[in-house]
Write a protein that binds this ligand. Structure first.
Ligand code: PMP
Length: 421
């Protein structure tokens, strides 16, 4: 067999992107010096030339268990040999077992789960059942939020640039400042179906609300008969050093959305779960009021079940907290050296943001990190902030490797900025 010529493959695939996928994106990847990803294992991704990258982005929160966790891969392989996709007309065992396991780990009395295939679908479903369960239409969300790019998810999201070209979006959506309880109090009333919120805003720039914010939102929703939806697509399952982001406030929402790492980094899956009362009000008179052909498929649910078991057996929630503290300390030390260039380092668990004085500084730093073999990215709604969401299995030596690349990249970026000023 001919050995693969990695450089040629990189060129060929980049050309295919330009011709058939997305010329703009092809330009961005080329500019950043990114090639074809061809293999991944643990905390590392390898490109077609064999170059190794430490994955500090973790697929925006997908790879909490690292890449190709053996327990998840095995469980998916076993399921593949039996039945990968559902007939839809019989009971589906992996789906039932995953729903039961989720009910065990979810906060409060969240009990019933609907499975879909992505985060934005989970949000769509959550918004739909909130409207049906309350008989109301108003949805309140937060500025800078990200809930996906389908019409419902986009209507709830808080960044104009992604919304404007598609107006009019869904009616009766309103946004209030994130972390501001008195703004929420003004917005939530007897017309409100739901308040949807991320426990930590991910794409908004890794923004952590004041402690008590989510608890306060739950009180406000209860007072007015509205539902609290926690969008934990990014924060869920250990990312923040808590099993769920809402656990930081010791509060349970009426509905929660999950996706990203629920599939263990091996299969795509999304889900929303609700309390029995909300569920009954939404599905009680018609169990098929919301459905999905591929949602709850056996392959994805087998991956989900294995992923939840790994999160527990490997103590990944605690690990997220301790490794997160370590990474924040290392990044703060770099901030101290480059004060003014880096303006803030913040995080909860292994959901960490580094804010730069200018978006360009962050972009230059990300590019420098990629050149040094470490993957990170800026946040979609706040390009001044680059984020670190590495696998929760990350070790101290990986953190050393990442910190070294950040420091060298910040130094190079600062020198470049000074030289062209
Ligand atoms: N909600 C949140 C909080 C997210 O972070 C994302 C994705 N970044 C989504 C929803 C949408 O998920 P997906 O891209 O899987 O549709």
């Amino acid at each position: 067999m001919q050995p693969i010529d990695g450089e040629r493959l990189n060129e060929e695939v980049a050309d295919l992107y330009s011709e058939y996928l997305n010329p703009g994106l092809a330009k961005v990847f080329r500019f950043a010096g990114l090639g074809v990803e061809s293999r991944a294992e643990g905390c590392y991704v390898y490109d077609a030339t064999g170059r190794r990258f430490l994955d500090c982005l973790g697929g925006y929160g997908v790879f909490s268990l690292g890449h190709r966790h053996p327990a998840v891969v095995q469980s998916v392989k076993d399921q593949l040999d039996r039945m990968p996709l559902p007939s839809k007309i019989m009971f589906n065992e992996p789906q039932a077992r995953l729903a039961a396991k989720l009910a065990q780990v979810l906060p409060g009395d969240l009990q019933y789960t609907f499975f879909c295939n992505s985060g934005t679908e989970a949000v769509e479903g959550a918004l739909k059942i909130a409207r049906k369960a309350t008989g109301r239409t108003r949805i309140v969300s937060t500025l800078g939020s990200y809930h996906g790019k389908t019409f419902g998810g986009l209507s709830a999201s808080g960044r104009e640039v992604y919304k404007k070209p598609f107006l009019p979006l869904l009616p009766d959506f309103e946004q209030v400042p994130f972390g501001d309880l008195s703004a929420a109090e003004t917005a939530i009333d007897e017309k409100t179906a739901a308040f949807i919120v991320e426990p930590v805003q991910g794409e908004g720039g890794i923004l952590i609300p004041p402690a008590g914010y989510l608890r306060g939102l739950r009180h406000l929703c209860d007072r007015h008969g509205a539902l609290l939806i926690a969008d934990e697509v990014q924060t869920g399952l250990g990312r923040t050093g808590f099993m769920f982001g809402v656990d930081r406030d010791g509060v349970a929402p009426h509905i929660i959305t999950l996706a990203k790492c629920l599939g263990g980094g091996v299969m795509p899956i999304g889900a929303f779960s609700s309390t029995p009362a909300t569920w009954d009000a939404a599905f009680g008179d018609n169990p098929l009021i919301h459905t999905s052909t591929f949602g709850g498929n056996q392959l994805a649910c087998a991956a989900g079940l294995a992923a939840l078991n790994v999160i527990e057996s490997e103590g990944l929630v605690e690990r997220s907290r301790t490794m997160g503290q370590l990474l924040v300390e290392r990044l703060r030390a770099i901030q101290d050296k480059f004060n003014g260039f880096i303006t803030d380092v913040r995080g909860l668990g292994l959901m960490i943001g580094v804010e730069f004085a200018e978006p360009d500084y962050g972009e230059l730093t990300v590019t420098g990190m990629i050149q040094r073999g470490v993957i990170a990215a800026y946040t979609l709604n706040n390009p001044k902030v680059i984020r670190f969401e590495p696998p929760l299995i990350i070790t101290e030596s990986h953190i050393d490797e990442a910190a070294r690349a950040v420091e060298e990249s910040v130094l190079a970026a600062q020198e470049l900025v000074v030289s062209i000023a």
